[in-house]
Design a binder for this molecule. Sequence first.
Ligand SMILES: Nc1ncnc2c1ncn2[C@@H]1O[C@H](COP(=O)(O)OP(=O)(O)OP(=O)(O)O)[C@@H](O)[C@H]1O
Ligand SMILES: [Mg+2]
Length: 117
Amino acid sequence: MKKIEAFIRHEALEAIHDQLVARGLPSMSVSEVKGSGRQAGFTEKYRGSRKAVFLRPKLKLEIAVDDADLERAIDCILELSHTGAPGDGKIFVFDIEEAIRVRTGERGPIVLESHTG
Ligand SMILES: Nc1ncnc2c1ncn2[C@@H]1O[C@H](COP(=O)(O)OP(=O)(O)OP(=O)(O)O)[C@@H](O)[C@H]1O
Ligand SMILES: [Mg+2]
């Protein structure tokens, strides 16, 4: 089991979510975050004076998937996040030790399967 943590632009979310649902991967968490990438801040007027703005708003997606689904989830995020401009985002992948569905006590990859019918 793997966890994808993807930093994306707000405008990419809907298409990514729709496409993941279509591919049988409907479960995700989304948070609003502020972040910086490798560029130095751009300047912006703030409270009357020019300041470097280092933190821009992004969305963070957290998606736990079975190993077998990892590459197609990544492909989907890559394809729909890419504009070619700086700030398109970044994807990190982590190993998951364990997954537990609270309602049933089930453990392991079965917890990550979506309903089939
Ligand atoms: N090393 C990192 N650690 C944690 N979060 C990161 C890291 N790199 C990027 N992020 C998150 O991803 C967001 C988007 O990063 P961004 O796409 O600007 O990366 P970049 O490396 O600067 O690439 P680019 O040159 O395409 O802009 C950041 O605002 C931040 O929230
Ligand atoms: Mg950047």
